[in-house]
Design a protein. Structure first.
Length: 266
């Protein structure tokens, strides 16, 4: 099994290497990660730049080739798949992110959205985050890394359907304090709030503020609830752009439009 490992915290993140080490017992690892921190970049790719740098970097893991990319997590996946890898990639795993990626935060997440490149190519994809909410907390990557490896084995054996992104969030707790695993849905809540601050003239300055979940977010079965209760949250994500239920409603409205004036515009 050939596994492409990436992240959004950058090539030097300890969570990235903890993940790669655990996955190295499942398959062959190709590590392609941003050379710098890329949190919050979402699905961004470097369309408007002159190109991105690709540097082979030393790897502390035997047999693991590692590359630092001067771009986004999505760049890493695209370049890894199309340019660097000499073999078919069977699985993409992104993480371990320092901080949860749940609810409304998911579309902004470079960790989760990096896997979109795999999803659209029908490559099984896993995103892994550790729910560190205090910068002074010690990040416990061991449980998250081992659980990701367990899920990777299930993908390898075909027990988990490849046609989704598996979004994993692990409480930052000692192994003995984690209560178990819950398969969850996304909460209508985001931990990260963009608060506008006063900037200099002509320049807006934003800062991220971590909010506490409200009662709705803590409804049983959501990803936020699971983490708060001490469970590992596993959320299957399937991205569908079209709002199919709205098509007949809009079709009905369009039939009433008088489009005769369009001829005068052409």
């Amino acid at each position: 099994m050939n596994i492409l490992v990436t992240n959004d915290d950058g090539i030097d993140s300890p969570g990235l290497w903890a993940l790669a080490e655990a996955l190295s017992h499942v398959g062959n690892i190709l590590l392609v990660a941003p050379e710098e921190q890329q949190s919050g970049i979402g699905t961004g790719v470097s369309f408007s730049r002159d190109g991105v740098t690709i540097n082979n970097v030393p790897s502390p893991l035997p047999g693991v080739n590692a590359y630092a990319i001067g771009g986004t997590p999505s760049d890493c996946v695209i370049i890894g798949l199309k340019y660097i890898s000499k073999n078919h990639i069977d699985l993409i795993v992104s993480g371990i992110n320092i901080g949860p990626n749940v609810g409304r935060d998911i579309p902004y997440s470079g960790t989760v959205m990096a896997t979109l490149g795999g999803f659209y190519r029908k490559i099984p994809s896993i995103a892994v985050s550790l729910a560190v909410t205090d910068k002074n907390e010690k990040a416990r990557f061991d449980v998250a890394a081992q659980f990701a490896a367990t899920v990777a084995v299930s993908v390898k054996t075909g027990d988990i359907d490849a046609r989704s992104i598996i979004n994993i969030n692990v409480p930052n707790l000692p192994p003995g304090e984690i209560k178990g695993v819950k398969v969850t849905r996304t909460a209508d809540f985001g931990y990260v709030h963009l608060a506008e601050l006063n900037g200099s003239p002509g320049k807006a300055v934003y800062n991220t503020v971590t909010r506490q979940p409200d009662e709705a977010a803590l409804e049983t079965g959501t990803d936020v609830w699971a983490i708060k209760e001490g469970y590992i949250s596993v959320t299957p994500i399937k991205l569908e752009v079209t709002h199919h239920e709205l098509i007949p409603v809009i079709e009905e409205c369009v039939e009433e439009f008088d489009c005769g004036y369009l001829g005068n515009m052409l």
